[in-house]
Design a protein around this ligand. Structure first.
Ligand code: CO
Length: 159
């Protein structure tokens, strides 16, 4: 495993639409392992492949309840709304209050290509929306309804 360089806001790679994963091979497994290590090292709760320069539909999430790997994810249902603080490892030091669905159902493949579905709520739902957006070239700032000073946050960094 290795920590990869995180692409920062301003790099056009973060605004591109990612392609689906077609090969579920050792290279994909190594990428997923590296992404998770990179995410933990950055003290984030999620990381999408374009953030390490790979334009494929992949993200990893861990909100403290264990690792979730999503390959070719599709959000198939959303419900409700939540407001809360959000940041991004590609936008260091920048935070905002976003509006997101409270409940999200996502269907995805694991590293072996097997399909699974997650019903998420709260922080996990928010993280899934945030990471899924990265795969379509969208940063969290597009969902910010109010900017905040990092000093206002109880948690120093997330995502
Ligand atoms: Co992000």
């Amino acid at each position: 495993m290795a920590i990869r360089n995180i692409v920062k806001e301003g790099d056009p790679i973060l605004n591109k639409v990612c392609r689906p994963v077609e090969k579920f091979d050792e290279k994909l497994a190594a990428l997923l392992d590296d992404m998770y290590e990179t995410m933990l090292n950055g003290e984030g709760v999620g990381l999408a492949a374009p953030q390490v320069g790979i334009l494929r539909r992949i993200f990893v999430i861990d909100i403290g309840e264990g690792k979730i790997e999503c390959v070719n994810p599709k959000i198939i249902k959303t419900k409700g709304r939540q407001e809360g603080s959000e940041g991004c490892l590609s936008c260091p030091g920048e935070y905002g209050i976003t509006e997101r669905p409270m409940y999200v159902t996502v269907s995805a493949q694991n590293r072996f290509g097997d399909q699974f579905t997650i019903n998420a709520e709260g922080l996990l739902a928010k993280a899934i929306c945030h990471e899924n957006d990265h795969l379509d070239g969208i940063l969290f700032k597009e969902h910010v309804i109010r900017t905040i000073n990092p000093d206002e946050l109880k948690v120093p960094s997330r995502k």
